[in-house]
Ligand binder design. Structure first.
Ligand SMILES: C[S@@+](CC[C@H](N)C(=O)[O-])C[C@H]1O[C@@H](n2cnc3c(N)ncnc32)[C@H](O)[C@@H]1O
Length: 229
């Protein structure tokens, strides 16, 4: 391989699997925990570190649903750790709870809770490291109230959806919320393309590409394998 050849000659071109109008198809940078650090530094309110905040309105709505759900013995993945409200709610009920965050303080706070069967991972959900962290079919329930809110580009958002599908058990589901779907990082630095503000139609269009169907229950949206029995 010619070391001095442009990157495009080394890397197979990314072919998007859907088109909802995104302009930034490939940001060209492997996502890591610092991807939105500049926006976080710039914002005068908490953007990435919710270790010291109450859950957002959408997270709280998801938690109300979780409190009534039959998750005994289930494996749960929480994307966007916040103050570990999900782990505190489900500890002793779920079989295991894994959580993912890009915020060091959330990672530290979650670990210091010392909850049994709870692990926090400092990882960007769009990264290869996240795609490879857990075994295939590991989770019954994956929670992410900000599914596309931090999308750096279409290529990495697609990688995230591929990972979600890979991680779901056959009867598993991804749960998200209307409020978080509509929110994208928009502080004037390193903003996320507004196209990633999802509505029900966009979510269905994206999900269908990954073989997922979408069921709406009021403001909650459940994504499940369309081909399950
Ligand atoms: C607005 S806070 C919400 C926290 C919590 N889910 C809640 O709603 O209360 C956004 C969360 O998403 C996490 N986050 C943002 N971008 C991420 C990414 N690319 N990968 C993993 N976590 C990310 C942040 O670290 C933080 O935990």
């Amino acid at each position: 391989m010619n070391e001095s050849a442009p990157l495009s000659q080394h890397t197979p071109l990314f072919q998007p699997r859907f088109d909802i109008g995104a302009q930034r198809i490939d940001c060209g940078r492997e996502p890591d925990v610092a991807t939105h650090a500049a926006a976080d530094d710039f914002a005068s309110w908490p953007l990435l570190d919710y270790s010291d905040c109450e859950p957002t309105e959408d997270q709280a709505a998801i938690n109300r649903w979780l409190a009534e759900a039959a998750l005994e013995g289930r494996d749960v993945l929480h994307v966007g750790t916040g103050n570990s409200s999900v782990a505190r709610l489900l500890a002793g009920k779920a079989r295991r709870i894994e959580s993912v965050t890009v915020a060091h303080n959330e990672w530290r706070h979650g670990r210091e809770l010392g909850l049994a069967d709870y692990s926090v991972h400092l990882l960007n959900k769009h990264s290869l490291a996240f795609a490879e962290r857990f075994e295939a079919g590991a989770f019954d329930c994956i929670l992410d109230n900000n599914l596309a809110s931090f999308a750096c580009c279409q290529r990495h958002l697609e990688r995230y959806f591929e990972t979600l599908v890979r991680l779901l058990k056959p009867d598993g589901f991804v749960l998200t919320h209307w409020l978080g779907m509509q929110w994208t990082l928009d502080v004037g630095v390193d903003d996320v393309e507004p196209v990633w503000r999802l509505d029900a139609g966009k979510l269905r269009a994206i999900a269908s590409v990954y073989g997922l169907s979408v069921q709406r229950e009021d403001e909650l949206f459940f994504l499940r394998r369309a081909d399950r029995n």
